[in-house]
Design a protein around this ligand. Structure first.
Ligand code: B12
Length: 481
């Protein structure tokens, strides 16, 4: 069958203030959608990928008119849902020789399921979990002219009614999946992380394991109950994918495992194998502070890792407990210190707007960030994504925006009972100003300039910082009145 996978058109200003977008915009590869694509191709279908991060809506529509697909798959986050519905409606306006089957997938449809079909009459079905096997089975049914009755992991429009099939079990043997179809990405250099967070390009994204065994209040996981915990790929399978990426010209890899060091020995073996095979690439990963120590971080460094992200989230233990992070302030201090001592660049995201967090707690978090003194600190606004504990019990924690476009960590989606929206915006701006205006940070940044890329990244960072000083509402202007 002729298939097209689409990420609806969006621009940085849809998410970030135009004042800071340049230093914040992130274009990691959409791995999940590329996994679905490679399974379709392996099953013998023709697949195209249209990424609305880089092409306009009109271009997407023109491509579809030209290609006349049998199947159109649309990816959606919560932020992207309105765009996904709009794209489906626009597709129905095109005169095509055959009426394509439109299916949605991704974090929002997985959480909302039949509600997506109730809200969007132009969409035929929802994939309610991992898409690889489900989409292939859908295409099989469509090619035989059969209904989607009984296809696990699907909610579909069945005449005037909506039928919900049983969920599809999560894929236990990830090694069995074909590697993501990165060949569909076009110019790999488009897919770059925020300026200060990569060393070489092009950057590939790899996931060496799926799932997480932690239960953070705000985190969206396909395996909502964490029944399967972490499903690890074999180290041999991971190495083969790394080698393929290097052959394809990638020079840096972002490992997007939720916790790269969940299995300490495995993480160590991965670093050993990278060194034994003399694989020349730089990489960065995320890890949980109570799963790493200095020897492991040293092994990361010696195997080409240049940066590590630790989800610090707050400088107040009470807040950490509320979000069920399962870590302590001292564990954060210890991990950041060890990573810096072995020469890794440290990135610590913090959350503003945690339930129970007060303005004073927010100020303590800013001081904690300065005390830790990581290389990069980001201060996101807590966002209650559908399918999370926070979303399911929202009234217990605070109030939530009805505008799905607000679900972007930028502060408009959620207000805890203990804070105001203004206080969240004020704290985030104060945090960036306080953290990045410290003379030793500015000096270190200037002395650390090694390339034109570094210079450009620093310039974008300084420009954002300047706006933080010049304007009093950088994080306030983006919200709906
Ligand atoms: C890579 C990534 C990105 C990339 C690419 C995303 C994209 N597709 O355009 C970039 C950097 C651009 C990005 C941007 C954003 N992201 Co993002 N991103 C991720 C990340 C880290 C990995 C996604 C991934 O590949 N996962 C691994 C694969 C295996 O899982 P998967 O993607 O869910 O894919 C499976 C299924 O969803 C399904 N599937 C996937 N695609 C498709 C397509 C079809 C047609 C079908 C049928 C099925 C299907 O099958 C896949 C394989 O089993 C996730 C976190 C995570 N761990 O998932 C956050 C995540 C998806 N992002 C998130 C958010 C909030 C955003 C932003 C709003 C953040 C911001 N402030 O900028 C923007 C919104 C962009 C947009 N257009 O909607 C949230 C979404 C939560 C929600 N419910 O909305 C997540 C879950 C992180 C979190 N905090 O919880 N993101």
């Amino acid at each position: 069958m002729k298939c097209v996978l689409i990420i609806p058109a969006w621009v940085p200003e849809d998410i970030f203030s135009s004042k800071t977008a340049a230093s914040q915009i992130n274009y990691w590869q959409p791995l999940g959608t590329l996994y679905v694509a490679s399974s379709m191709i392996k099953a013998g279908h023709e697949a195209k990928f249209l990424n609305g991060a880089f092409i306009t809506h009109d271009k997407i529509i023109n491509e579809l008119s030209r290609f006349n697909p049998d199947f159109i798959g649309i990816y959606s986050t919560t932020f992207g849902w309105k765009k996904a519905m709009f794209t489906a409606t626009e597709i129905r306006k095109i005169t095509l020789p055959i009426r394509p089957c439109i299916v949605v997938g991704g974090p929002y449809p997985i959480a909302m399921q039949e509600k997506c079909l109730e809200a969007a009459p132009d969409i035929d079905a929802v994939v309610t979990g991992e898409g690889e096997s489900t989409v292939v089975e859908i295409l099989e049914r469509l090619s035989q002219g059969n209904s989607l009755e009984g296809v696990k992991g699907v909610v579909f429009r069945d005449g005037n009614k909506i039928t919900k099939n049983p969920p599809r079990p999560l894929i236990s043997d990830i090694d069995s999946l074909p590697f993501p179809a990165r060949e569909l990405l076009g110019n790999a250099n488009n897919y770059i992380p925020p300026p200060a967070t990569y060393k070489r390009k092009p950057v590939a994204v790899i996931m060496t394991a799926r799932g997480c065994n932690r239960k953070c209040l705000f985190c969206f996981q396909i395996d909502k109950e964490r029944k399967l915990g972490i499903r690890y790929r074999s180290i041999e399978n991971v190495m083969q994918e790394i080698e393929l990426c290097l052959k394809q010209g990638y020079r840096e890899i972002k490992f997007i495992d939720d916790t790269f060091a969940a299995d300490y020995d495995r993480a160590l073996k991965i670093t050993d194998e990278i060194r034994r095979r003399r694989l020349d690439f730089t990489w960065f990963a995320s890890a949980c502070v109570n799963q790493v120590d200095k020897p492991l971080l040293k092994a990361f460094k010696d195997a080409g890792c240049w940066a590590i992200l630790f989800g610090a989230e707050s400088g107040v233990q009470k807040n950490l407990n509320t979000i069920r992070k399962g870590i302590t302030l001292d564990q954060i201090r210890k991990a950041v210190k060890a990573a810096k001592e072995v020469g890794l660049t440290v990135h610590t995201p913090f959350l503003i707007g945690i339930p129970g967090q007060t303005f004073e707690d927010g100020l303590k978090t800013i001081e904690f960030a300065c005390e830790l003194n990581p290389d990069i600190a980001s201060f996101h606004a807590l966002t209650p994504f559908p399918g999370t504990e926070l979303y399911d019990h929202i009234e217990k924690y605070g109030t939530m925006s009805e505008d799905l476009a607000d679900f972007t960590y930028q502060g408009a989606a959620f207000i805890p009972h203990t804070m105001t929206r203004d206080e969240i915006a004020k704290l985030r701006q104060l945090a960036f100003k306080r953290f990045y205006s410290r003379p030793r940070v500015i000096l270190k940044r200037i002395l650390g300039l090694r390339s034109v890329h570094d210079l450009k990244a620093a310039a974008k960072g300084f420009r954002s910082l300047l706006w933080m000083w010049l304007k009093s509402d950088v994080f306030r202007n983006h919200e709906n009145p």
